[in-house]
Design a protein around this ligand. Structure first.
Ligand code: F6P
Length: 393
């Protein structure tokens, strides 16, 4: 050991565009200060037997700013699971924490920067409680962490979904079809809401606003009455069916269900009720791949540099966050297990309603702009994510 300050960094959980930009931000800003950097491989798994890491420097982080994925690898499965669902804490095995502590000591790590979503940050919190010097960086395409206005990855996912809607628009119009686009987001409707607005969607179905087939059909017919013979429906994977059920791919791991399949369900039912040709597109992991947008590059770079600052200042147990216009920090404990979901009264929802976009909660001719606030106030919004009954497809 040469006595230099040494920073460890890892990426954990599902990947998203911008992870490499954070890693590069950490490495470059550390190098400016003369610090060493070590990248642990495959998320938290790299911290314990068999410990796997690589020295990070200018040379091996050059050119990664615009690269999707993570050069360090990641996993959202395995030994490090500190939550079940969105709120229940699972204590990590104490021998696992012993192993992490030993690695940090043996490698003389002065600060460990953990880049991850809610579940990964819950692990970081347990490291902090053990006295391991840890700092968090929030990541998720879902934008569902309440402590930060935006997480990097979200803007890139929205850009991908918007591009898909642009493409679906022309083919839907050519064939007079209803097109249903299913997007990710888990129990939050942010991706669907933003992409639906940016991509000119006609109907947006999100987990936060209960909807009915009658109202969606009414919107389709209302459009036809105004000469529009096609309709674009954007549905969030976590939107509940009118009966309150979630559509999942499997329910083998309680609390950790894989969402997906609602797009096809909605399309089938619309076709059955309206006798209009209907097609579905499921965007899936395309939303997670590819280069980050410029917004995400800037945000991720700032998160990387400010995470190093937190280490220098000894602010362990804190997580970087974006509170426009400030890059700030909060205790990790205050950031985890608190989902940010779409408030039906939010300006974006009201603007969408003003344009005539349907959320499936009202007949198409009953949502004028001036009524938006009143309408939204009357909505019965689910009290928390994941309360609905899962249904496997
Ligand atoms: O949390 C990010 C996310 O992409 C969700 O939007 C989606 O439900 C989930 O991860 C998919 O996870 P996996 O990559 O394990 O299929």
């Amino acid at each position: 050991m040469n006595g230099k300050t040494r920073i460890g960094v890892l990426t954990s959980g599902g990947d998203c565009p911008g992870l490499n930009a954070v890693v590069r931000g950490v490495v470059k800003s550390s190098a400016q200060l003369g610090y060493d950097c070590i990248g642990f491989l495959r998320g938290y798994e790299g911290l314990v037997d068999p410990v796997s890491y690589t020295a990070l420097n200018h040379k091996n982080t050059t050119g990664i700013l615009n690269q999707g994925g993570t050069i360090l690898g990641s996993t959202n499965k395995g030994r490090f699971t500190a939550t079940v669902g969105v709120s229940d804490r699972v204590d990590l095995a104490s021998e696992l924490l012993d192993g992490v502590e030993a690695t940090i000591e043996q490698l003389n790590i002065n600060g460990l920067i953990c880049i991850g979503g809610d579940g990964s940050l819950a692990v970081a919190q347990q490291f902090h409680e053990r006295g391991i010097p840890v700092v968090g960086v929030p990541k998720t395409i879902d934008n569902d962490l309440s402590a930060t206005a935006f997480s990097f990855g979200f803007d890139s996912a929205v850009a991908c979904a918007t591009d898909a809607l642009d493409r679906l628009h022309t083919t839907a119009a050519s064939h007079d079809r209803i097109m249903v686009l299913e997007v990710m987001g888990r129990h939050a409707g942010w991706i669907a809401l933003h992409a639906g607005i940016a991509g000119g969607g006609d109907v947006i179905l999100i987990p936060e606003i209960p909807w009915s087939y009658e109202n969606v059909c009414h919107k389709v017919l209302h459009r036809e009455a105004h000469g529009k013979r096609f309709t674009l429906v954007v549905v969030a994977e976590g939107a509940e069916l009118p009966g309150g059920a979630l559509i999942t791919q499997d329910d083998t791991q309680p609390g950790q269900v894989r969402l997906g399949g609602i797009g096809e369900r909605v399309a089938e039912e619309l076709e059955r009720r309206l006798h209009r040709e209907t097609r579905t597109a499921v965007l899936g992991h395309l939303q997670r791949g590819g280069p980050p947008t410029t917004f995400d590059r800037v945000l991720a770079t700032q998160f990387g540099a400010h995470a190093v600052r937190l280490v220098i200042e000894g602010r362990f147990g804190e997580m970087i966050c974006y509170r426009p216009p400030r890059i700030d920090s909060v205790p990790i404990i205050d950031a985890v297990n608190k989902l940010s979901r779409v408030d039906p009264l939010t300006a974006a929802v009201q603007a969408a309603r003003a344009l005539g976009i349907s959320f499936g909660d009202l007949p198409a001719d009953e949502s004028p702009f001036e009524m938006a606030a009143e309408i939204s106030t009357g909505l019965a919004v689910g009290s928390g994510a994941g309360n609905a009954q899962p249904v496997a497809v």
